[in-house]
Each structure stands twice: as structure tokens, then as C-alpha cells.
Design a binder for this molecule. Structure first.
Ligand code: G3D
Ligand code: MG
Length: 170
């Protein structure tokens, strides 16, 4: 079967959304891309369980605070990667807003919660246990910690979400 899925990245500015997408698409980490305005659209076709899956990845390019953009951004999304930065308490506190607005618009669509920047272990502010407890409260079954810098768990996180979204869409 062939699938076309729209995946959105949500979370505060600076948590590493663009870096994660870049890592997933190009398998690279770049420190010198500049966040552009509006929305970035990227595509990657992968094979999952014998299916050809075209993922269209929507990344908010520096317009996280622009609420008017959000409806268009979320429309038709099959799933979301909701990202916080493990070194930023506030990015963790703000998850509620991102998750609620996704759930409002895309009821029943899968969410994978991502704690990014695990390579900065000395600066960590949010523990795994805190995040696990939070995910449970929010009924989110998938929580994973990543580093866009080292690439740790990035592929796993995307594929997890894509698998769930495929099931939902079929
Ligand atoms: P955003 O798209 O969510 O706004 P970006 O976030 O991908 O633009 O990343 C914001 C900053 O965090 C960037 O640094 C980027 O290099 C850095 N970053 C992203 N992911 C990681 C990670 O896993 N580990 C580390 N150590 N840094 C990360 P600058 O300095 O360009 O602002
Ligand atoms: Mg960005």
C-alpha cells in the first residue's frame, strides 16, 4: 500500500524541531541553518513494513508564536511530534498548550512526545520520570528522548509516529 502522511512538529522555539527534521531528512546536524519565516515543508519517502510511505513534514519556521498560522498548519495532519528541550523547564511547561491545540483540531491522531538535547546531560532540567508521568497524564503512549546533535533516537521517534499514523489512516 502507498501512504501519504502529513506530520507536524510542535513545541517552543529553540527546542530543536528544525534540527530533528534535518537529521531525519538528511541524516545530518547543521548548526548554521537559519530559521526562516513561516512554514518549512520537507518530504521523505521511506519503506515501513513493506509499505511505501511518503511523509510530508511541516516545521514551523520561527513562527511558533503566530497563532493564526496554527489552524492551517494543523489541518489534515496525521500525527504530531511534540518537542521540548530537556535543558529548558519552560519548554516543558508549555507542552500543554501545544498538545491541547493539536488534540482540539486533530482528535484521535497520534502524538509522540520528544525530550530533545540529551547530549547536554550536564544542563538537564527535566528528568525522564517527570516526562513519563506527564505523558501518562496526557494519555500519550509514546515518549522518547533524542539528540538531534548526535542523532540518537531520531529515526526511531519519527518511525514510531509514522507507524501509528499509518494504522490510524488505514
Ligand atoms: P527550533 O526549530 O525548535 O526553533 P532549532 O530549534 O532546530 O533551530 O534549534 C535551536 C538551537 O538548538 C540551535 O542552536 C540548534 O543547533 C540547537 N540544537 C537542536 N537540537 C539539539 C540537540 O539535540 N543538542 C544540542 N546540543 N543542541 C541542539 P543555535 O546555537 O543555532 O541556536
Ligand atoms: Mg525551527
Amino acid at each position: 500500500m502507498e501512504y501519504i502522511l502529513k506530520i507536524v512538529l510542535l513545541g517552543d522555539a529553540g527546542v530543536g524541531k528544525t534540527s530533528l527534521v534535518y537529521r531525519f531528512i538528511e541524516n545530518r546536524f547543521s548548526t548554521d541553518f537559519k530559521s526562516t519565516l513561516g512554514v518549512n515543508l520537507l518530504k521523505r519517502t521511506i519503506e515501513i513494513d513493506g509499505n511505501q510511505v511518503t511523509t510530508q513534514i511541516w516545521d514551523l519556521g520561527g513562527q511558533e508564536a503566530y497563532k493564526k498560522l496554527r489552524k492551517l498548519y494543523l489541518e489534515g495532519a496525521s500525527g504530531a511530534l511534540v518537542v521540548y528541550d530537556v535543558t529548558s523547564e519552560s519548554s516543558f511547561q508549555n507542552l500543554n498548550e501545544w498538545i491541547n491545540s493539536f488534540k482540539e483540531t486533530r482528535t484521535e491522531c497520534p502524538i509522540v512526545l520528544i525530550g530533545n538535547k540529551t547530549d547536554l546531560s550536564q544542563l538537564r532540567k527535566v528528568t525522564q520520570d517527570q516526562a513519563k508521568t506527564y505523558a501518562k497524564e496526557k494519555n500519550i503512549l509514546d515518549f522518547i528522548e533524542t539528540s538531534a546533535k548526535t542523532g540518537e533516537n531520531v529515526e526511531v521517534a519519527f518511525k514510531n509516529l509514522i507507524r501509528k499514523a499509518m494504522l490510524k489512516g488505514s
